[in-house]
Design a protein around this ligand. Sequence first.
Ligand code: PCA
Length: 223
Amino acid sequence: MLHHPHNPHGASNPVIMLTGFDPFGGDAINPSWLLAQALQGQRIGGHTVVAAQLPTVFGLALQRLTALHRQLQPALTVCLGQAGGRAALSIERIGINVDDARIPDNQGAQPIDAAVAPGGPAAYFASLPVKAMLRAVQQTGVPCEVSQTAGTFVCNHVLYGLMHHLAREGVAGMRGGFVHVPWLPGQGTPHLALRDMVRGLHAALWAAVLARQDIVLGAGATH
Ligand code: PCA
């Protein structure tokens, strides 16, 4: 679902495109979509947030994303996804050129060791200032981390596909990346309240708009 039928914004009113997924894997809700909707219409550093839903389906999710991107021409694209088992907002550093589905997607497809983009590079870094975003979220008190892997399911597929699209069709200065979010209370443990996700992501988006260059801040993983 897209709230604006077309891009009503010009370069003078740039767009932040925020996507969330529909529920998958037997869950009744997907916090990523609730979070995107909660920020719909927000004004952030001269940008307007436009929320859109992607299907948890290999291929189709990317078709939808690239069509929306061509239509809205967002300055910033942040895709959101649910990562059950993670305890913090999880800013993804990298997307890899692999689909390896542990469970079927919402249309029953379960690709194994397929390329997201045959012939494409092995990986793309998100073009978000991940450490500046991390610090901004941490300053709100909402738990946050930098993640070195978005997995190999539809979320990584969308992150890789977004960056591949930006590399080929993006206008200079267009940036994008991905944030995984924990379960909501009632879905499982660990969980994070929606209001905390909203507060944290709001701060992260401000940082992404303001920080043209990332900061140096330790957030690595030993394993
Ligand atoms: N999370 C899944 C796909 C959709 C979603 O919200 C993932 O992490 O790949």
